[in-house]
Design a protein around this ligand. Structure first.
Ligand code: TK8
Length: 338
């Protein structure tokens, strides 16, 4: 009996050794999950990243791109990075605030006036400070990509001023700052994952939602929404996130390849997103898919006034110093962008 047992243990040890050796020399695979569809510029950016990584690593690292929430919603995919079951995901900053509350700083309403200012702040010291907070959550942030300025759609009425928002059931991302902001404007916020949104609009569970033009067009929200408002109430960054357990397992050279690819693909992705944003805003308006309204500067100012108490409340949650530093960076960037 003893002899049989020792033979079995030896066989198992040899088997594990063989697996270990083949795994060590096997390719490194990056499974990357996103929520948007294959025709969205986010996916185009991910394919650019894949091309650069596979080319520069001579195939030692391969990238598998999974779109349309195939691997779950933003929160689930970020948890996958923490556990090491997924290697890359690229969520909006809003759901990231559930892991690191400071991430709401970029979702402060009306923070960025245009993409030039957003790029300078995100790619500068403040952006890096937020990325440096990620390792404690077992994630590594490599670059900011672009989701874009968020626009409101709904199925109840044209929205041109705050009064039009009263009682509107608006789906928000799972983020208390977003919810408080819509509440302050008189709407009823309903937090919901992105993957549930189209059905909720179709069934009338919510009256409206808010997302950038490329998402509104490519998700076909115009099929279930009658009114589009160019609200630009919040600018959403995407953050290119890597699982820290995976990152730590890369050689220095491999880490440079992955980081450089994320940074280069960022420029491509932002460019494609901005082209798509113009194209789809035009299509939505010209094809008359939804009744389009643009708030006047006075009405935008009125909205900004209504959400000011929310900005003050959440500045305490985010950290007054970080908020001050961010607004100072915005001011400096606005001067440079003039
Ligand atoms: C996609 C989401 C989406 C976001 C939302 O995964 O949930 O409305 O704007 O882009 O991150």
């Amino acid at each position: 009996m003893k002899k049989q047992l020792s033979t079995l243990v030896t066989a198992l040890t040899v088997l594990l050794l063989i697996c270990g050796i083949t795994t060590a020399s096997a390719q490194k695979v990056i499974r990357a999950g996103i929520g948007l569809t294959p025709d969205h510029p986010l996916h185009e950016g991910l394919l650019k990243f894949k091309e650069l990584v596979e080319e520069r690593s001579d195939g030692a690292i391969t990238v598998e791109a999974y779109h349309s929430g195939q691997l779950g919603d933003d929160r689930t995919m970020m948890e996958g990075l923490q556990f090491g079951t997924l290697q890359v995901t690229i969520p909006s900053t809003a759901p990231m605030a559930n892991f690191i509350s400071q991430y709401s700083v970029f979702d402060l309403p009306f923070l960025f006036v245009n993409e030039c200012v957003a790029d300078k702040v995100l790619d500068g010291e403040v952006g890096q400070k937020l990325l440096d907070m990620l390792p404690e959550q077992n994630m590594v942030g490599l670059a900011y990509w672009e989701n874009g300025f968020r626009q409101l759609t709904n199925n109840r009425r044209p929205v041109e001023e705050v009064a039009d928002l009263q009682g509107l059931k608006v789906r928000t991302m799972e983020n208390t700052l977003h919810m408080d902001a819509w509440r302050a404007l008189g709407a009823n916020p309903t937090p919901m994952s992105f993957s549930e949104l189209f059905t909720a609009l179709q069934q009338g569970t919510v009256d409206g939602q808010e997302n950038p033009y490329p998402t509104i067009y490519l998700q076909r929200y115009y099929e279930v929404q009658g009114y589009l408002t160019d609200s630009r109430h919040i600018y959403s960054p995407f953050v290119f996130l890597v699982s820290k357990p995976f990152w730590d397992g890369l050689t220095e050279e491999e880490q440079k390849i992955v980081k450089d690819a994320a940074m280069e693909a960022r420029l491509y992705q932002r460019e494609r997103l901005r082209e798509a944003s113009k194209e789809y805003q035009q299509k939505l308006v010209e094809e008359g898919k939804m009744q389009y309204t643009e708030p006047t500067p006075e009405e935008r100012e009125a909205m900004r006034k209504e959400v000011q108490p929310v900005i003050e409340k959440h500045s305490k949650v985010i950290g007054e110093d970080l908020v001050k530093e961010t607004y100072a960076a915005v001011e400096a960037a606005e001067k440079e962008c003039e």
